[in-house]
Design a binder for this molecule. Structure first.
Ligand code: DC
Length: 232
């Protein structure tokens, strides 16, 4: 019998392939998938929509504490992994726009914002049967998770993948601009005072520089199956 509270955390820097791996793992195990980055993005969008100054930590925190945010499994088949509903409106794609992209690192560095989002994430995570993806899930949000994964790759490799992904989606981009943006985000995510990006001490480390998505999945799926069998 499967243990109901089984939980997998998956952390790592931007564009390391977390969502590809996380979604596939969740699907294979029939678990829920939650990308917590969308929560910080939704707070950022709410801040921008309300014309709140992103430098005003107090006001931004208030937005995060009062946000009407609902995330559930995708109901539309358009490449999304979850529906993100902000104030009753579907903002799944809006949270990917450049304005949100350029402000989300700052918003997600505020303590009050993190406290509010961590609370929501724990409520969902404690139900078990979930693959939760982010930056601080194994270290802060769900430190007692049964399996903690940390997916990494060099910034050049991540930039190459993200650049090709953008070009294939018909977007304008240069490799250099993608690389610069990832370096900037890495710096903010890993140097912030609260819940910085780092692996949990007992995380399984995966360096995907020389592995493709399929190889990473097969490797992790095997580990998860072994661990799951030990838990039963
Ligand atoms: O994974 P992403 O690019 O969608 O994340 C958006 C931003 O949110 C990014 O700046 C890192 C931040 N984030 C975070 O601080 N903690 C998380 N658990 C998830 C994302």
């Amino acid at each position: 019998m499967e243990k109901k509270s089984f939980t997998i955390t998956l952390d790592g820097p931007a564009a390391s392939g977390k969502s590809t791996l996380g979604e596939r793992l969740a699907e294979s195990l029939d678990f829920m998938y939650l990308d917590t980055g969308v929560m910080y993005r939704a707070v950022t969008l709410a801040v921008l929509n309300k014309n709140v100054d992103v430098n005003d930590e107090g006001l931004v925190t208030k937005v995060a504490e009062e946000i009407d945010l609902d995330i559930h499994p995708a109901t539309i088949d358009d490449g999304r992994s979850n529906d993100v509903i902000l104030e009753q409106e579907d903002v799944t794609w809006e949270i990917r726009l450049p304005d949100v992209e350029s402000n989300v690192s700052q918003v997600s560095a505020y303590k009050g914002v993190r406290v509010a989002m961590t609370k929501k994430q724990r409520e969902i995570g404690n139900r078990g049967g979930i693959v939760m993806v982010g930056r601080d899930i194994g270290t802060v949000v769900l430190p007692d998770a049964e399996i903690k994964l940390y997916l990494d790759a060099s910034v050049e490799e991540r930039a190459k993948r993200r650049y090709l992904e953008l070009i294939n989606r018909g977007k304008q981009a240069t490799y250099e601009s993608v690389l610069d943006d990832l370096k900037r985000r890495d710096k903010i995510d890993s140097s912030r005072a609260i819940a910085p990006l780092r692996p949990a001490e007992d995380a399984i480390m995966i360096d995907s520089d020389h592995m493709n998505a399929e190889e990473v999945f097969q490797y992790i799926f095997k580990l998860v199956e072994e661990k799951k069998n030990l838990q039963v």
